[in-house]
Design a protein around this ligand. Structure first.
Ligand code: SF4
Length: 334
């Protein structure tokens, strides 16, 4: 069956819309973020982008440059997430889903994402030995694995699906926006689940590396946690893309000392974003002309849609040096 996408009905505080300002849209730090990136918040994907390469961050978020291609892996991830979302929304409404219906959601979302990102003339770049047919088969196998895994029937009550939350970590920082895949409530806890598609199984070390994102997400639902008087538990749910897809659940400890470290990380990256110097990532190989510097690496550059204009590869990117916004704090928390 094809599922109907509707908003979940949860007896919880209403999450903030990413564009609503979340009550903090007028703060100087949020106005500064709006002026620098076109968004009055900062997201985990922006933080990760800046840390991997400040120049790529500037292409994407500051200059909103036209990419040379759309990576199939990003479209695939978005379309799979839409299928999972459709499943959980249907479950919330007491409906059942099947693999055929969820594959339709995958295909529809793929098409919609292509059209949305769809700057005319921007091609999709498939990986080696991959095409639309092989990706569709891949999606079907993963959906089937998902439907028979306990993940598809979460214990407790679903209280949030693909919800956006904003939180102010510090008055000197823009709000942090988190888009949380799934929140469930059991008698003892609120569970935050982030769904990942991955080429291979995650190790505990890989989960620990990615913990910052979940800790941030856990922090954004603190208000919800306090409202119901339950602690938060954090989990990655990983679906592998191999021939026989597997579903993993990996727990991430949620403790206050680690949350403080996450806040400091956000402050450090935001300071570097403001200065346009890339100073928080340390080093780099230059080539950015003094603005957001290029930080080439085999892993990131081979998939970078801005490589043809990147200074590290002979391109002539404009140098963007952000201007301070009147009324913003000069002293960030660290
Ligand atoms: S090609 Fe590499 S160095 Fe250049 S912007 Fe992209 S990721 Fe950064």
């Amino acid at each position: 069956m094809t599922t109907t996408l509707t908003r979940p009905r949860a007896s919880m505080p209403t999450p903030a819309s990413p564009t609503s300002g979340g009550g903090g849209g007028g703060r100087p730090a949020n106005r500064e973020a709006l002026a620098l990136t076109g968004r009055d918040y900062i997201s985990h994907s922006q933080l990760a982008s800046f840390r991997s390469c400040p120049r790529k961050f500037a292409f994407s978020y500051v200059e909103q440059a036209k990419p040379a291609f759309q990576a199939s892996s990003l479209l695939f991830g978005s379309a799979m997430h839409a299928a999972f979302e459709a499943h959980f929304r249907a479950q919330l409404e007491g409906l059942k889903t099947d693999a055929g219906g969820l594959l339709h959601v995958f295909m529809d979302t793929w098409q919609a994402e292509c059209e949305k990102a769809g700057v005319p003339g921007v091609p999709i770049r498939f990986n080696k030995n991959e095409d639309m047919s092989s990706l569709t088969s891949q999606a079907q196998r993963m959906i089937e694995a998902f439907l028979v895994a306990p993940l598809s029937r979460p214990v407790g009550q679903i209280v949030g699906i693909e919800e956006s939350f904003r939180v102010m970590l510090d008055p000197a920082l823009p709000d942090v926006l988190a888009r949380v895949d799934l929140v469930t409530q059991t008698p003892g806890s609120l569970h935050v689940v982030d769904l990942k598609t991955s080429r291979s199984r995650w190790t505990p070390e890989r989960a620990a590396e990615g913990a910052e994102q979940l800790l941030l997400y856990g922090r954004t639902i603190r208000g919800m946690s306090q409202a119901v008087g339950l602690p938060v538990q954090l989990h990655f749910a990983v679906l592998t893309k191999n021939k026989k897809p597997q579903v993993q659940i990996l727990d991430v400890p949620c403790d206050e000392s680690r949350l403080a470290a996450v806040r400091d990380t956000v402050a450090s990256v935001w300071r570097a974003v403001r200065s346009g110097s890339g100073s928080s990532s340390g080093g780099g190989s230059g080539g950015g002309g003094g603005g957001y510097f290029a930080n080439p690496s085999p892993m990131h550059c081979s998939l970078c849609p801005f490589r043809d204009r990147c200074p590290a590869f002979g391109g002539r990117a404009s140098v963007t040096v952000p201007q301070a916004i009147p009324g913003t704090a000069d002293d960030l928390p660290i």
